[in-house]
Design a protein around this ligand. Structure first.
Ligand SMILES: [Zn+2]
Length: 232
């Protein structure tokens, strides 16, 4: 793959698919959930059953080559570490402007609960199966990854492997994003930094259910101040 520095960041279409389930369409946001009662009943059943992969020590990496496996494992490890740091940040500074920036006036306990579930799913023994998808498998669209709620899998797309390790839309950030879909029931109501920030200001409840808000919260986590001698 050719890296493409200088090109505009592709549109984030890390959609939340109920793929290949007859009669079901993609679920993009919470407001549409009410129109799919059967789908969500099915999901509730699936969520209640202990996932088979939960017992495995490592995520299955179907269809990934050796180089991709290294990048995926590393991205998961970093995602877990950064999510852990985000939780510690939230505990230490629940009223920090960074929390307000990405989640508006949402009570920090709500954010913490969703982030904690996400962190649990990032633990090595709990990670979901990961597939490395071709452009075709990713619908020939500029997407980083696709979370399948029915199969409880994540397909990583070619764009994921072109992403960086740091900053916005990093590989670990994409993993955090997808894990919030599977672990915390988030949707994709706003994509991209600008839209996510606006959502936090205007509709904090929805921001607290939007995957990109969690991704950016973790990706742009401020450095925590070390113990400050003399500070009150
Ligand atoms: Zn998404």
């Amino acid at each position: 793959m050719v890296s493409r520095p200088g090109l505009q960041t592709p549109r984030h279409e890390r959609a939340l698919f109920l793929a290949r389930v007859p009669g079901l369409t993609s679920v993009m946001d919470a407001s549409r959930r009410r129109s799919l009662p059967l789908a969500w009943a099915l999901l509730a059943l699936l969520a209640a059953a202990p996932p088979a992969w939960a017992k495995g020590p490592q995520p299955a990496l179907a269809s990934c080559d050796a180089k991709q496996e290294i990048l995926v494992q590393h991205a998961f490890t970093v995602a877990e570490r950064r999510t852990e740091a985000a939780l510690a940040f939230l505990d230490a500074e629940p009223y920090h402007p960074h929390v307000r920036e990405w989640f508006g006036t949402t009570p920090h306990q709500k954010i913490r609960a969703r982030l904690a579930r996400t962190r649990e799913l990032l633990r090595p023994e709990r990670r979901p199966p990961v597939l490395c998808g071709t452009a075709e498998a990713c619908g020939n669209r500029p997407v980083f990854a696709v979370a399948n709620l029915v199969r409880r899998t994540v397909t990583l797309c070619p764009l994921f492997f072109n992403a960086r390790n740091e900053g916005a839309d990093s590989r670990p950030g994409v993993i955090v994003h997808e894990m919030t879909h599977l672990a915390a029931g988030t949707g994709d109501m706003a994509y991209g930094r600008t839209n996510a920030l606006a959502l936090a200001r205007k509709e904090p409840d929805r921001a607290a259910l939007n995957a990109d808000n969690y991704e950016y919260f973790v990706e742009f986590l401020p450095e925590r101040r070390a113990a400050r001698p003399g500070a009150r």
